[in-house]
Design a protein around this ligand. Structure first.
Ligand code: C2O
Ligand code: CU
Ligand code: CU
Length: 512
């Protein structure tokens, strides 16, 4: 920030000027494995249905021709359970896809073979605090952490990633992330496309240097304020990805695994997207959207029917322009190539599942929601109610009671007279750990409505969510219930650069 007049346009990281690049290095000495284990909960005494190990380790991957790319990644092994408990994505830095059935008990041995502390968080899962991957639980290089939990969540698309405070952005960026798919009998009976016709697409953006090495260009203050935006779109860890499909319906599971980039996803030919599910599993009924706004950490499942497409034709999934960082132009997300083979599947149903939503009438604070202000504080820090993250601290307004149903309201306030920074407006994808919530209401002031209108039709607010995008100026109300577990959890902005800066707080569930 050199005193010059910085307009909003200049904030776009088109050039990334002045960025100090950090090249992740894989040259670390082999760590001695100490085999230390953390205290585990009594639940773990029951033998698990699934037992796996995940090792975080520096590695080299062939992403581009010639020079390999240094990455950090999870390597998995099934210790107990069916072979398909873990599915490797060939040629990808992403961790194995973990597959579990609702109701199963899982034990995960996490081995940290990185040159720095880390811990795994199961994003979207309703697990006890000891299994949630809070940054206070980080383990040192060479150590092991054992997770024991029951898979309680609905069938759906969840994921896992590191959560060490201040280092989540670079660790995820380096390649540490993977999908966690939950299946259930109820869902299988719907006859949705499965197996090779059920395809996960993890969308991320990266920058590489001429040596094919990852560049995490967030050294510049401006870059951190906005978050990292890369110029290379990666699908399942691969650039220029092309998905071959048969002429039949598919179930596509999309995860925005990017640090900060928001996608406004659409079919290039203008066909609407048919949305089946969100963060917390299937919707009651499929819905049609011209485009879908997918913020960091969010998932969306779509029904994509290629049976009417010409053999050999190409269908592009693109991201449309919108008013906000990274939204200045449209770009290709993935190419889909329609093959010769045709196939059949059960037709799409009008009704998918029955949801049992919370009843707003039961909210303990129906008349005065718990409110959280998302604001830029002096010193250029993003804050939640004026605070940044402190490892163990919980403020009075961050304590809730077990079994309570509450309304939480997040307000992304802009333009509060902070001099040059007053006009700084960035959307914040707000995420709560340990549960799924409902989105109740959005309010946008007239002053921000035009920008908001460029994304708002793409919000899928139906169903269950663990992350919600709060646009500049917007107030979003959610309905959230604190079931089953007491203890310390997190809520934070899932723009990982914001999170690392401290736009994260604890909330504590106290016994009723
Ligand atoms: Cu993906 Cu703390 O979250
Ligand atoms: Cu999470
Ligand atoms: Cu944010």
């Amino acid at each position: 920030m050199d005193g010059e007049n910085i307009s909003r346009r200049d904030w776009f990281r088109i050039a990334g000027l002045g960025s100090v690049s950090l090249v992740l290095s894989a040259c670390v000495p082999k760590q001695f494995f100490k085999g230390e284990e953390n205290l585990i909960e009594p639940e773990s005494l029951i033998s698990p249905d699934l037992e796996i190990s995940l090792r975080a380790v520096p590695d080299q991957i062939q992403i581009f021709p010639e020079k390999k790319t240094s990455v950090w990644r999870y390597q998995g092994e099934v210790l107990t359970g069916p072979d398909d408990t873990l599915l490797d994505i060939p040629g990808s830095y992403l961790g194995p896809i973990i597959q579990a059935n609702q109701g199963e008990r899982i034990r995960v041995h996490f081995l940290n073979d990185l040159p720095e502390p880390s811990i795994i968080h199961w994003h979207g899962l309703h697990v006890p605090p000891a299994a949630d991957g809070h940054p206070r639980l980080v383990i040192d290089p060479g150590d092991t952490y054992i997770y024991d939990f029951k898979v309680k969540d609905r069938a759906g698309t969840y994921w896992y990633h590191p959560h060490p405070h201040g280092r989540t952005g670079p660790q995820v960026y380096g390649g540490l992330a993977g999908l966690f798919l939950i299946h259930s009998k109820e869902e299988t009976e719907l006859g949705l496309p499965e197996g090779e016709f059920d395809i996960p697409l993890v969308i991320q953006d990266r920058d590489f240097n001429e040596e094919n090495q990852l560049v995490y260009g967030t050294g510049h203050m401006m870059d951190r304020m906005v978050g990292f935006l890369g110029s290379q779109i990666m699908i399942n860890g691969m650039p220029d990805y092309e998905l071959p499909v048969s002429r039949r319906p598919y179930r596509l599971r999309l995860l925005n695994g990017s640090n900060s980039r928001i996608y406004k996803l659409a079919w290039e030919d203008g066909t609407p997207l048919t949305v089946l599910g969100t963060d917390g599993g299937l919707l009651e009924a499929p819905i049609q959207k011209e485009y879908v706004t997918l913020a960091p950490a969010q998932r969306i499942e779509i029904w994509a029917d290629f049976s009417q497409d010409q053999p050999g034709s190409i269908k592009n999934l693109i991201s449309l322009p919108f008013d906000g960082y990274g939204g200045q132009a449209d770009f290709l997300v993935t190419r889909i190539k329609v093959g010769m083979e045709a196939g059949d599947s059960a037709p799409l149903r009008d009704q998918l599942v029955r949801l049992t939503p919370h009843n707003i009438e039961d909210a303990v604070n129906r008349n005065s929601p718990r409110s959280f202000l998302l604001n830029l504080a002096p010193g250029m820090v993003w804050t939640i109610n004026g605070r940044t993250f402190e490892m163990e601290e919980v403020a009075q307004d961050e304590v809730v009671q077990l079994n309570d149903l509450e309304i939480w309201e997040f307000e992304n306030r802009v333009g509060m007279g902070m001099g040059m920074m007053g006009g700084m407006s960035v959307p914040h994808p707000i995420h709560l750990h340990g549960l799924q919530f409902q989105i109740l209401e959005r309010k946008i002031p007239a002053s921000n409505r035009d920008g908001w209108n460029t994304l708002s039709e793409g919000f899928v607010d139906e169903g269950w969510h663990d992350t919600v995008l709060v646009y500049p100026g917007e107030k979003v109300k959610i309905l959230v219930k604190f079931d089953d577990f007491t203890g310390l959890y997190l809520f934070h902005c899932h723009n990982l650069e914001h999170e690392d800066m401290g736009m994260m707080r604890n909330y504590r569930v106290d016994p009723a």
